[in-house]
Each structure stands twice: as structure tokens, then as C-alpha cells.
Design a protein around this ligand. Sequence first.
Ligand SMILES: O=C(O)C1=C[C@@H](OP(=O)(O)O)[C@@H](O)[C@H](O)C1
Ligand SMILES: C=C(OP(=O)(O)O)C(=O)O
Length: 448
Amino acid sequence: MTDHSLTADHWPAPLASEAVEATVTVPGSKSVTNRALILAALAADPGWIRRPLRSRDTLLMAEALRSLGIGIEETVSSSSAVAGAPEGRGESWRIIPATPQAPATVDVGNAGTVMRFLPPLAALAEGPVRFDGDPRSHERPLHGVIDALRALGARVDDEGRGALPLTVHGAGSLDGGPVEVDASASSQFVSALLLSAPRFNQGVEVRHTGAVLPSLPHIRMTVDMLRRAGAQVDSPESGGEPNVWRVAPGALLGRDLVVEPDLSNAQPFLAAALITGGSVTIPDWPFHTTQPGDALREIFSAMGGDCVLDDRGLTLTGSGRILGIDIDLGDVGELTPGIAAVAALAESESVLRGVAHLRLHETDRLAALTREINALGGDVTETADGLRIRPRPLHGGVFHTYDDHRLATAGAVLGLAVKDLEVENIATTGKTIPDFPELWHGMLAGRG
Ligand SMILES: O=C(O)C1=C[C@@H](OP(=O)(O)O)[C@@H](O)[C@H](O)C1
Ligand SMILES: C=C(OP(=O)(O)O)C(=O)O
């Protein structure tokens, strides 16, 4: 073993000495868990969230809802130990809805889902709800939610920043109705307004006015989960106008919902099979899903892998070759760091397009990926809306992560093939994938 002289927050990324062969159970979806929490909090009766993701982003959402008076009871069930529970392992959260209470304070961390999904819900409380978070949260776009809430009748005090920190002065109810939003900076503006809309007096009609709309699958996820909770939703896919979503006012049902594995967080493990010419199975991969990570089946197949989805889950088998790719990732932007890592190890050039909005994610992901891969000897250039990646032989070094979980997992992927690579602050993976280092070492040890 190499003797790394490391500071505490430099993680020696393990090198893969052979083809990876493993089954990896990945934790639940962040996007599903945080939507489920909002919808359950607004429901007319209690509900269950089974196998929720328990990570920084989802615990921040749960804590925020608790401070707004929503009951969230956590239980660990071995199987059907919880009355009414379907057979299943792991943790369950019982959500006891309540009219949101104020005053309250909310720490959003750097969670886009918390900073965007909660202000509309807070507008239903009677009194001030103060929102603040990590320094980076002050830089992330929120204007779409703030302006729309004002247009729908809410009082929001942001001292002219158009961003955090801010206070929503709830009046106990919100008129709702039609509103225009430019969601080109984040699809979460649209999702945020739709999720709480069944509880607005007139529901909502959201019209996106911007030139581009990123992460459309995440808006479909919002619509799908609203409908499953009993909401009446018109969307472009259901024959409605393009770029317009309507949610009717009405009661939401308390559901019993099992959270799917986070397919975007399955990415580094699938990438490991691809780049080592091995085979990785992710159990419980859904046959039908709105998660954008499902696109990995197609993307990693185009990059040289072979994907089989069956009752065992999704199995990706690498061919020993890693092919470059020219692709628009606008729908699936959160997959970009992991794809960039694989692309840097490929045998031909890649062009990743349609992801200009990543400059305002957890960090400026386009700048960070360019800087960090190039520091290892890579040849990455930023384009107006993405990255051009020319594979080069890479050498070891420190891969900085800028408090970005997906930079950290991208560094781990590179480290499988690049000797002496150290990932700075691997703990930042806890934003959405707790225990990542343990899962990674478990995969390399072939544990299933
Ligand atoms: O609604 C969601 O759960 C998400 C939407 C996307 O945000 P953007 O549209 O801001 O990219 C995605 O990148 C993020 O990880 C999760
Ligand atoms: C962009 C992401 O997160 P957030 O929900 O904070 O926007 C992400 O997880 O890649």
C-alpha cells in the first residue's frame, strides 16, 4: 500500500487493481424523499415514507418541516413490524401533517430542494419564516420562487437581494392563480410552485417563459408525485400547452410511499464497472421511473458498457473499452460530473452540452471539473454551455471538491484508474449519499 501523508480531509481514492465485480445497494433518492416530505406535510391525513434517504439534504428538509409544526416520527422496521407497513427493510418515517406554524427559522444548508420547495409552503403559515443557509446558498438562484410568490400574493422580505437570506411573512393562506416564471436557471422553481399549489386558494398556473428549461424529468417527477397524492395536474405531457402546468386546489392524500434508490447516486458505482471492465448490479432499479438517473442505461451503454435490467436490478458490464460521447445533458444535468470523470478516461474526445446552469449548482461545476481534471494532466475546456474533454494520461494529485458531493464522487471514479489521487473532503458526499466511502470500499472488496 502507498503510504499517503495526508491531512484529515484528504481521502486516498482506492485504485482498482482488477475488474470490479459487485452488487451495491444505493440509498434512497434525494429528489423523491424531499418531494414526499413536502406532499406528506401538506396532506389531509398522516402518511408513511419508507426507505427514505437519510442524508444532509433530507434531514434539513425534515428538520425544517418539524420547525414548522409538522410531525415526523422515525422508526426502524425489520420487516412488517410497523402496523400497516408493507413487507420491507429499513427505516420508515411517519408524517403527521399540520397547518404550517410560524414563527420559524429554516436552515437550508446548500440544498436546492429545501431552499426552493419550502418558501411556498411557508407562505401558508401565519407569521414570519426566516430562511438562511451555507454561504453558497446565498449565490444560488432563487429569484424565480421569490418573484412568483409575490405575484401569487405572498409577502417576501429579501432586502432586494433576490436570494437568501429571506423571510416569508405568511398570511395563513395564499391566493395562487396564474404566474410567469423564467426557470432557465433551475427547474426547481417550477417544482417548488407546483408542490404546494393544491393548498393555494386558486391552485396555480405556472408558465415558464425562459429560452431553456433544464432538468425536465425532475418536473415530471413533481407532476407524477402530485398526481399519486391525489392532485389534479395538467402538464404539457398530458396534452396541455407547452411550458404550462396547472394544479387545481384540493386535498392531498396521505400516502404510503417506498422511496426508489437514488439512480444518480448509482452513477459512480456503474462507472466503476464501465472503466474497469467489470460488472456492477444495483438492486431495486425501478422498471419505470421519472428519475433522470435512468438515462445512465443509455449514456453508459453509448460509452462502452452493456446494461441489463431484470429482477436482480440493473447490471452494467464494462467491455474494457471506454468511448467518448457527444451529448446534450440538459435534462440530466446532475449526471455531468460523473460523466465528465468517465470521459476523461475514455479513448476518444467527449463534448457535454446543455448544462450552462451547472455554474450555479453546489459550486460552479463546469469551472471546478475543468480545473481539477486539468490539474491531473487532463485537457478539459469550458464551452458556453458545457465541457469539451480530450482524454490524456492522468497523474495523481489532490482532487478538490468545493463542498460538492458530485465532485467528490467524480474524484473517486477517477481514482480507480489514476494512481495516488486524493479526494479532498470526501465527507461532502453526505449531502446526498451517506457512507459513500464505506460503500465504495465495499464495492471494491466485492461485497454485495
Ligand atoms: O428537483 C430536483 O429534485 C432537482 C432538480 C435539478 O435541479 P436544477 O434544475 O436546478 O438543475 C437537479 O439538478 C437537482 O439535483 C435535483
Ligand atoms: C444540483 C444538485 O442539488 P440541489 O438539489 O442542491 O440543486 C445535485 O444534487 O446535483
